[in-house]
Design a protein around this ligand. Structure first.
Ligand code: NCD
Ligand code: ZN
Length: 374
């Protein structure tokens, strides 16, 4: 039994589904699942109903999160083709701008060059009005500055977004990189000085097309599971992967079993045991987890420190991941049946024990919504 203490983890990519899809997840259940996985900060995506694409919808989401979350929450804004720039007045209150450039769950999709160009240009203009980007060192308060643009990029959209980010000098963060072609292009861009960062999700690191016959719709997400060679490419290029983030995208089992299953899988509470299992196998160091799940997301999104926040973990505890142990409202995991090392025993957030031995001890509303004080 080896007990260790980690800082509270950040999951920089979750879909907590509220408002609009609270039969799948809500701010309380989604952040409870986060705590169970040693995650004390989540960044929530805008593909809810309504989409988080206007000052009013952001305000509504902030109110819900402030009343219901049990860990800290940052909120992304997104663009819709009908309200392309509507979020701009509140851009500094979001953790970043998420642009969907391909087909996915929900109706946020921008795939015309003119709209994409305008989003990058106006984000850069707004940044100069409010004093720059948060990732830049500057004496002015971080909360009045803008976060990066995060793109859900696949294939040829990666070079398009890299180019626009270089053109306007905007920090670009590419989410769920899953293919050899993508990670190799990002490496090349980085080596030539691009301001690009990226993230990979545990399902793309630990599952592949070889698992699809077994998983069926439980293994369907966007981007889809990739080939074993793509998975090998992610591990070979670990030094280019800034962040591990889950793309926690819960749908109910009934929805997944339907004729038209929506893409997406839950993941926020299984990330740490999977990564600790990789440490056990010698594929990762503990420091790699802290860098990618704490330090890098804090740097990239300029997240505030969480004082007196500790995750107590037994790194040698063995268990088998099971649907029935999940805290997500969806109640399942694509990793069910997988043996893992590492058990989160206790989570302390700002000096208070908020999770212990499988139980959530925090009150709804005890989590903070980030970037609202400006
Ligand atoms: C996400 C969802 O369900 O919200 N699904 C997914 O497969 N990743 C949407 C998304 O992130 O594109
Ligand atoms: Zn997502």
């Amino acid at each position: 039994m080896t007990q260790i203490q980690l800082p509270g983890l950040v999951d920089a990519h979750v879909h907590l589904r509220e408002p609009g899809y609270t039969h799948k997840e809500d701010f309380t259940t989604g952040t409870a699942a986060a705590l169970a996985g040693g995650v004390t900060t989540v960044l929530d995506m805008p593909n809810t109903v309504p989409s988080t694409a206007t000052p009013e919808t952001l305000a509504e989401k902030v109110t819900l999160a402030a009343a219901k979350a049990v860990c800290d929450v940052g909120i992304f804004v997104g663009a819709t083709s009908s309200a392309l720039d509507a979020y701009l007045p509140v851009a500094h209150r979001a953790c970043g701008l998420k642009i969907y450039v391909n087909d996915t769950f929900g109706n946020l999709r921008i795939d015309e060059l003119s709209s994409l160009h305008r989003l990058f240009r106006t984000w850069a203009e707004r940044a100069s009005e409010v004093g720059g980007f948060r990732s830049e060192r500057s004496p002015s308060p971080a909360s009045s500055r803008l976060g990066p643009i995060a793109v859900h990029a696949e294939d040829l959209m990666v070079p398009v977004c890299l180019y626009l980010s270089d053109l306007y000098d905007i920090p670009l963060h590419i989410v769920h990189v899953s293919r050899r072609s993508e990670i190799e292009l990002i490496r090349a861009a980085r080596e030539r000085g691009s301001r690009v960062t990226c993230e990979a999700s545990p399902h793309h690191l630990f599952l592949s097309t070889a698992d699809l016959p077994r998983l069926g719709a439980r293994g369907d997400m966007r981007p889809r599971l990739a080939t074993p060679d793509d998975v090998a490419a992610l591990w070979e290029n670990l030094d280019v992967i800034d962040i591990f983030a889950t793309d926690h995208a819960p749908h109910t089992l009934a929805e997944k079993a339907s004729e038209t299953p929506p893409p997406g899988v839950p993941g926020v509470e299984t990330m740490l045991p999977l990564l600790l299992t990789a440490v056990h196998a010698g594929w990762l160091e503990l420091a790699d987890i802290v860098e990618r799940c704490v330090d890098a997301p804090r740097r990239i999104y300029a997240l505030p420190e969480q004082p007196e926040t500790i995750v107590d973990v037994d790194v040698d505890a063995e268990s088998i991941l099971r649907d029935e142990d999940m805290h997500t409202k969806a109640g399942w995991t694509p990793f069910a049946g997988m043996p893992v090392f590492g058990l989160v025993e206790r989570v302390t957030l700002r000096g208070r024990v908020v999770y212990e031995d499988g139980f959530i001890l925090a009150q709804p509303g005890s989590g903070q919504v980030l970037f609202q004080h400006s």
